[in-house]
Design a protein around this ligand. Structure first.
Ligand code: FES
Ligand SMILES: [Fe+2]
Length: 436
């Protein structure tokens, strides 16, 4: 459609083409997803040498793999010979070498070519050892790979901020999650849910910190859970805590969401504060607190458990709910097609009941099996359809525009339901896209 990007984004509204134009999507791939830090996985996904996971970074099929010296590498999933993908499976163990299934070229687990079969045929060619193309025997690596507290990120651009700089204050997503483990780290639970949404990737990210929608979109699901809780109480029992996570969508009115805040950081990152029922006084929580006290002492434990975060968004690809060890990674596949990987983690050293709690939240709120997620997916599809129509040109982010407090590059929303997070995401978008 050739729209001038500088006219597509204003301080309080965004043109619909930004969500629906395939040309803009291609530019986003080049200017955003091929330049930012993309979460590729957790170190515990690849424990042993040769362990690998395939992952999409921008448009690129890649693998995260553990080398025999313990280092983790992120490599393009492509054979340097004639281009075949080297790994067709989602995950597994490559053994000591990676072998191509086409003509059996072999690579080390750091991507270096180890052996080209029938090598005589290359004698005297540019691909022979010492030849001008000799370097083309190796698998191509991500330009940069860094990890923070066990969470591995790759970047396809050699220049730009370090992972640590890019995360900035939003690194609390990982600190809060890991500090809540008595052993100070988390472990992956072996697999994730993968959901393909028929909508643009930005619609998912905008929804993550949208405190205005839960009381509307999730009301009926919350009410159903609330009714079950009440029924169980009437019968003299009580519902598991995981029911509370669902009923909270019904029992938390918008006025309460407004008491929370969003903290909007550079690069589009954002934190939503506040949380429902984070420290109940049930025996499981008390046993967990005892383990935390043993590990950290009472003062530090109180600091850790006092961190008041509901949600951290790391723009443009990650949504983390640290108090419940949940993480969702966004992998755009097309202008109207977005893959989300939904993961959860185990707090190392915590009682099993705490893991069951994370699993309960995972299944009841974030998984594709729950109505909460279905409520959102239905909205995402409807939003994309509406934006593809000629029923209007602009998407409104006017709510509380001009009323938020900005200090030192951080925007604090005046109320929880301010559309500050979406405005902040588009500030970053405009910078990445060079559309200022
Ligand atoms: S394509 Fe991989 S060895 Fe030929
Ligand atoms: Fe939702």
């Amino acid at each position: 459609m050739g729209m001038d990007l500088r006219q597509a984004v204003e301080a309080d509204r965004v043109h619909r083409h930004v969500y629906t134009d395939p040309g803009i999507f291609e530019q986003e791939m080049d200017r955003i997803f091929h330049r930012v830090w993309t979460y590729v996985g957790h170190e515990s996904q690849v424990r042993k040498p040769g362990d690998y996971w395939t992952v999409q970074v921008g448009r690129q099929p890649m693998i995260m793999i553990r080398h025999r010296d313990g280092t983790i590498h992120v490599l393009h999933n492509r054979c340097p010979h004639r281009g075949a993908m080297l790994f067709g499976n989602r995950s597994g163990n490559a053994g000591p070498t990676i072998t191509c299934s086409y003509h059996a070229w072999q690579f080390d687990t750091d991507g270096a070519c180890r052996m080209v079969p029938l090598s005589k045929g290359y004698d005297g060619t540019r691909l022979a050892p010492g030849g001008a193309d000799c370097h083309l025997r190796d698998m191509k690596r991500a330009a940069r790979v860094e990890s923070y507290r066990g969470f591995v990120f790759a970047n396809l651009a050699a220049d730009g901020p370090s992972l640590r700089e890019w995360l900035g204050d939003a690194r609390i997503a990982f600190d809060d999650m890991c500090d809540r483990a008595p052993a100070g780290e988390v472990e992956i639970v072996p697999n994730c849910f993968r959901v393909i949404q028929n909508s643009n990737w930005k619609i998912f990210l905008e929804n993550q910190l949208d405190a205005l929608h839960p009381a509307v979109t999730h009301e009926s699901t919350g009410k159903a859970a609330f009714d079950v809780e009440e029924e169980m109480k009437k019968r003299g029992g009580h519902a598991p805590l995981s029911y509370h996570y669902m009923s909270a969508f019904y029992t938390t009115p918008i006025a309460k969401w407004d008491q929370f805040q969003t903290l909007n950081y550079p690069h589009g990152h954002c934190i939503l504060t506040g949380y429902m029922g984070l420290r109940p006084r049930d025996p499981d929580t008390l046993a967990y607190e005892e383990a935390m006290k043993q590990a950290y002492g009472e003062k530090r434990m109180e600091e850790i458990l006092g961190v008041n975060i509901h949600h951290v968004l790391l723009y443009p690809g990650l949504s983390v709910q640290s108090p419940l060890q949940q993480l969702r990674a966004v992998r755009p596949l097309g202008v109207d097609k977005t893959l989300t990987e939904i993961w959860h983690f185990r707090l190392k050293g915590a009682p099993e009941a705490m893991y069951r709690r994370a699993l309960g939240y995972y299944n009841l709120v974030n998984s594709p099996a729950t109505l909460i997620n279905a409520d959102d997916l239905w909205n995402f599809w409807k939003i994309h359809q509406g934006l593809a129509s000629d029923g209007g040109e602009w998407v409104s982010f006017h709510r509380n525009a001009g009323q938020d407090l900005e200090e030192g590059g951080v925007v604090t929303s005046c109320i929880g339901t301010s559309e500050a997070p979406m405005r902040n995401q588009f500030r970053a978008w405009v910078d990445y896209m060079g559309a200022r």
